[in-house]
Design a protein around this ligand. Structure first.
Ligand code: FAD
Length: 318
C-alpha cells in the first residue's frame, strides 16, 4: 500500500515508522530482523531501507603503489526490502539515488521493485562520494532528485527510456523525497531549497520526509513556509535520539543540523554515554509527544541499526 494511503487510513492517528540500514557486507539478514523484531509491536505501516552507493578505497600494493578499488560496503537494499515484505507483510520502502546510477540502471532497478510488489520509493540525489567535494552525476544519470522523480513518474505512465516499446505496462509507485528544515548544506538559502522541493512535488512526489532535527520549532516553521509556498503533501518529520557525547560534534558535522543549547548543556553534564542515551530518549519522547499532539500523521525514526532506543521511545509515545 502507498504511504499516502496508510496516512489516509489512519483517521488522524499518528503512525510510527522507522528507517534501517542494510547490514555491512559479510553480515546476514538476521541482524536486520533482530533490529526490526522489537519494533513490530508498534505496528509500523512501512519501513525505509537506505541505499549506500559505492566508495573508493586505496589499497597499498607490495611495490608501494596505490590500487584504487570500488567497494559497496552495504549492498542489499532491494533484497532486504523483499525480505521485510515477505516476513512481516509490511511495506518496505527502498531508497534510490541519482549517484552511481545511469537512467538505464534506474529503470532496471525500478522494474525489479515493481516485480517485487514494492509500492513506494524514496527518491534521493545522494551525496558526493567520500573522496570528492561535490556531487557528480553519472554521464547518463540524474543531477538532482527532481529529475529522478520525473523518471519514476514517467514509468508510472508507462513511458520507458526506449520509446519504441509497445504495450508497456505502467508502474504505480508512490514517491517520497527528502527535505531539510535547517536547509540542505549546499543550498544558498532555505527559500531556494524550498523552491526546488516544490519542483520535486510538481514532478510527482507525493510525500516528504525531513532530515533529523532536535528543535521542533525548526520543523513547525519549515512546514509553515512550505505550506505558504503551496506544498500541500504530508511532511513527515525524521527523528533521531542522541546517544553519545561524540554526537554533539558528529551530528552537526555529518547532517548539518543545529543542536539546541538546552540539549547541549544537558549532554555535557552527563557522566557517561549511558546517561546521554537516557537523555536522548527523554528528549526524543518530548519531541515526539509534541509532534503527535500537533496531529502530525507519521513520526519517522532513524534507527541507524539500533532498535533499543527507538523501542524505549515508541513505548512511551505510541
Ligand atoms: C529522509 C532522508 C533519507 C535519506 N536517505 C539516504 C540514503 O538512503 N542514501 C544516501 O546516500 N543518502 C540519503 N540521504 C541523504 C541525501 O542523499 C543527501 O542529503 C543529498 O545531499 C541530497 O539529496 P536530495 O535528494 O535532498 O537532493 P536534491 O533534492 O537533488 O537537492 C540537492 C541540492 O540541490 C539543490 N537543487 C535541487 N534541485 C535543483 C536544481 N534543479 N537546480 C539547482 N539546484 C537544485 C537543492 O536545493 C539542494 O541544495 C537521505 C536524506 C534524507 C533527508
Amino acid at each position: 500500500m502507498k504511504v499516502t494511503e496508510h496516512i489516509n487510513n489512519a483517521n488522524g492517528n499518528t503512525l510510527f515508522s522507522f528507517e534501517i540500514l542494510p547490514p555491512l557486507k559479510g553480515q546476514n539478514v538476521q541482524s536486520i530482523f533482530d533490529n526490526i523484531d522489537p519494533l513490530m509491536e508498534f505496528k509500523p505501516p512501512f519501513i525505509d531501507v537506505t541505499y549506500h552507493r559505492e566508495e573508493y578505497v586505496y589499497k597499498e600494493l607490495d611495490n608501494g603503489l596505490l590500487q584504487k578499488k570500488v567497494v559497496k560496503k552495504r549492498p542489499g537494499t532491494v533484497g532486504i526490502c523483499a525480505a521485510i515484505q515477505n516476513k512481516y507483510h509490511v511495506d518496505a520502502i527502498p531508497h534510490i539515488l541519482c549517484g552511481g546510477f545511469t537512467k538505464e540502471d534506474t529503470e532496471n532497478f525500478l522494474i525489479d521493485l515493481d516485480f517485487l510488489g514494492i509500492d513506494n520509493v524514496m527518491a534521493l540525489r545522494g551525496d558526493a562520494v567520500k573522496t570528492e567535494t561535490y556531487f557528480k552525476a553519472e554521464k547518463e544519470g540524474h543531477h538532482y532528485a527532481g529529475e529522478l522523480v520525473t523518471q519514476i513518474s514517467d514509468l508510472n505512465k508507462g513511458t520507458y527510456l526506449d520509446e519504441d516499446l509497445l504495450n508497456s505496462s505502467c508502474t504505480n509507485f508512490c514517491v517520497g523525497v527528502a527535505a531539510y528544515p535547517e536547509k540542505h548544506m549546499e543550498a544558498p538559502s532555505l527559500d531556494s531549497d524550498i523552491h526546488f522541493l516544490k519542483k520535486k512535488i510538481k514532478n510527482g512526489a507525493q510525500y516528504i520526509v525531513t532530515q533529523m532535527f532536535f528543535d521542533n520549532n525548526r520543523y513547525f516553521e519549515f512546514v509553515e513556509k512550505c505550506r505558504k509556498e503551496g506544498i500541500t503533501v504530508p511532511i513527515i518529520p525524521g527523528l533521531k535520539p542522541i546517544a553519545t557525547k561524540k554526537q554533539l560534534n558528529l551530528i552537526p558535522h555529518r547532517f548539518h543540523v543545529d543542536l539546541p543549547e538546552d540539549l547541549i548543556l544537558e549532554v555535557v553534564k552527563c557522566q557517561d554515554n549511558e546517561h546521554v542515551r537516557q537523555l536522548g530518549i527523554e528528549w526524543c519522547v518530548q519531541q515526539s509527544k509534541e509532534l503527535q499532539k500537533a496531529g502530525i500523521p507519521v513520526l519517522h525514526y532513524y534507527s541507524m541499526g539500533k532498535s533499543d532506543n527507538i523501542k524505549a521511545i515508541a513505548s512511551q509515545v505510541f
